[in-house]
Design a protein around this ligand. Structure first.
Ligand SMILES: [Zn+2]
Length: 236
């Protein structure tokens, strides 16, 4: 039999994702016509059309091609990141093929529990690592490009949990929060947040990923190795 505290914790986990405001989704039109008389076919948004890959598929997998239910919002393709500047030309999530396959398995497992993944960063090209370093030449925040990070190898992901409606869950801190509160071992947080962090990390580690000491959102895949890459993706 479940303990009351376990049930309460589950309820809090669910509430902590659903009450979030989602500012990046445009409101629906207020006055839709009662009868649709449009005869021209609806144009499918260009980004949803699966065109032939424009990259080396022996080296890379673009995640949405494997599972389009995973939300992709690369923070460095926006100004909502710690350097407050758009660093990527557009939001595309590339990973090494083995890594992408594991992410899809994780997504399926989370979906069975009413959750899903939102990707905040995937492969980060070496030239962009250099640009980040030029802005913030401090190894506490940016890996020196010569050393290169697991993101530069296509082996690391930054991600968070969403509920079944795609609303981001409250994980205790925003992405790229620098401080103890973002440490996976930091325990002075509501039970709902601790449970969500545990759900994310236990699912990731069961599929070959490793966590790091300072960021609840960062995981790297330890099952393979690849060199640093300078591949920069094209934008339509
Ligand atoms: Zn990361």
């Amino acid at each position: 039999m479940y303990k009351f505290s376990t049930i309460l914790s589950l309820v809090l986990m669910i509430i902590s994702c659903t009450n979030k405001k989602v500012p990046d989704i445009a409101p629906l039109a207020q006055s839709a016509p009662a009868v649709r008389t449009v005869t021209t076919p609806q144009k499918i948004p260009e980004e949803k059309v699966k065109v032939s890959p424009d990259y080396d598929t022996t080296q890379w997998t673009e995640l949405y091609r494997l599972d389009s239910s995973i939300i992709i919002l690369m923070k460095y393709a926006t100004t909502d990141n710690f350097v407050k500047e758009k660093m990527y030309p557009c939001s595309r999530c590339f990973l090494r093929p083995e890594v992408a396959q594991q992410i899809v398995k994780i997504q399926k497992e989370l979906q069975e529990k009413g959750y899903g993944l939102k990707m905040l960063d995937c492969f980060r090209p070496k030239p962009i690592q250099q640009q980040l370093w030029d802005k913030v030449p401090d190894a506490r925040y940016v890996t020196p490009p010569k050393k290169g990070s697991m993101h530069n190898r296509g082996l690391a992901v930054d991600l968070t949990l969403v509920d079944s409606n795609g609303h981001e869950c409250n994980m205790g801190t925003p992405y790229d929060y620098f401080g103890e509160k973002a440490y996976p071992a930091y325990a002075n947080l509501p039970d709902s947040v601790l449970s969500l962090r545990k759900l994310l990390s236990s699912t990731m580690t069961r599929h070959g990923f490793k966590a790091i000491r300072t960021e609840w959102w960062h995981f790297y895949y330890s099952g393979t190795s690849y060199p640093i890459s300078s591949m920069v993706w094209a934008c339509k």
